[in-house]
Design a protein. Sequence first.
Length: 115
Amino acid sequence: VQLVESGGGLVQPGGSLRLSCAASRFTFSSCAMSWYRQAPGKVRELVAAITSAGGSTNYGDSMKGRFTISRDNAKNTVYLQMASLKPEDTAVYYCKARCWPNEYWGQGTQVTVSS
């Protein structure tokens, strides 16, 4: 099982980024996918989640209206479009595959929002 996040980096407040998570070695289309983040000294929190077919999504409260999760099952990839970024969005962002009864995590990608 492999999950590889990409797209992180340094962005100014108010800017946008799109994260990608490429999956391999498991049946991606059978798994719900989600993004989590963890800032220094804080617990890991849910950013967004999407069902296996992409028909339903949910978001953490502080991300609603700014972030959009999507997936392309043909490409085995899940995306996180982030807009109106704030310094408090600075964190390592992880993707997770939930393939009952197993869960798999990527290594994370750093997002830094700073002027």
